[in-house]
Ligand binder design. Structure first.
Ligand SMILES: [Mn+2]
Length: 301
């Protein structure tokens, strides 16, 4: 039997997708650091399987999106798993080409990782939009130029984004605790002009105030590392960091952004099923996917 997609949708095999649909593509990994365990690629199947139970709730009212679940699901096209050839450079090029095709067609994209290295090709693929603002939600800064020889891994995401001509601004929220970033990288990010709002600074800010600091006329792309969310709501990440914004805060922020701004797309990465507790992270991630998809659809208007 053919593999089913999110919410039991058929996996779409056609290249051409209707312009007003949100396309979802999962990417198990793209540029893993050598010698580091891959705890995220197995998460994709876990999430697709878990989402199937919501198929029976299509007529239920979704209080987070203010619509029926059916409405959200009907706007989504699941393209299934991106197939990897285990050659990161070629895989990235092929993924960028595929995403550029959909972006040029007018589709909004959701990319599901995989580890955070999966975030880089979608940002590189935003070129046809000419101007874009990146909102990154993450516990970590990700401004390392390279780790060993590697420049396209999970810690290099925002550094690579900053080098794109079409990335006119970056806002990073949720930073906290100890990652691998040093003061030098923080300084470099600030020098570039990144608007950094730490997890502690978020405590004093309403979601409207975050939306206000993103530009009005330029599409916003959401780069969501799931470890940005408080691990009490979403423990299933590879590098959990204590503290951080609640799931409701992030959902409210995504909703408010879609009301006030044009959304270009989103990625969400770092789901690691082995760290989950009582399916909390799995359900939270499917909730975020649902809200993202609904928000991208309403952002077409
Ligand atoms: Mn992170």
């Amino acid at each position: 039997m053919a593999e089913k997609g999110f919410f039991n949708l058929d996996i779409c095999v056609s290249e051409i997708v209707q312009k007003d649909k949100v396309v979802l593509l999962s990417v198990p990994t793209i540029t893993p650091y050598k010698g580091r365990d891959d705890n995220c690629s197995s998460g994709i199947k876990v999430l697709r399987d878990a989402s199937k139970k919501f198929e029976t709730k299509k007529n239920s009212w979704d209080f987070d999106t203010n619509s029926s679940l059916e409405q959200t699901i009907s706007s989504m096209v699941d393209l299934g798993n991106f197939s990897l050839k285990q050659n990161p450079q070629k895989d990235r090029a092929k993924l960028i080409e595929k995403l550029k095709f959909h972006i040029s067609n007018g589709n909004k994209i959701i990319i599901l990782g995989g580890d955070d290295s999966v975030s880089i090709p979608p940002i590189l693929a935003l070129e046809p939009l000419k101007q874009v603002h990146i909102l990154q939600i993450d516990a970590h800064l990700d401004w390392k130029d390279h780790v060993g020889e590697e420049k396209f891994g999970r810690s290099n995401v925002m550094k690579r984004a900053s080098e794109c001509e079409w990335v006119e601004g970056i806002t990073q929220i949720g930073l906290r605790g100890l990652g691998t970033s040093s003061e030098n990288e923080l300084w470099e990010a600030k020098k570039w002009g990144v608007n950094i709002i730490t997890s502690l600074e978020l405590l004093d800010l309403k979601v409207e105030e975050i939306v206000e600091i993103t530009p009005k006329e330029i599409p916003v792309y959401i780069s969501l590392d799931l470890d940005g969310v408080n691990p009490s709501a979403l423990p299933s990440v590879d590098s959990p960091v204590p503290g951080g914004p609640s799931l409701s805060y992030i959902i409210a922020l995504i909703k408010k952004l879609s009301d006030k701004r044009i959304l270009a797309g989103a990625n969400f990465v770092e789901f690691s099923p082995t760290n989950d507790i009582n399916d909390l992270g799995k359900n939270a991630t499917i909730r975020l996917l649902t809200v993202l998809c609904n928000s991208l659809t309403s952002s077409y208007r």
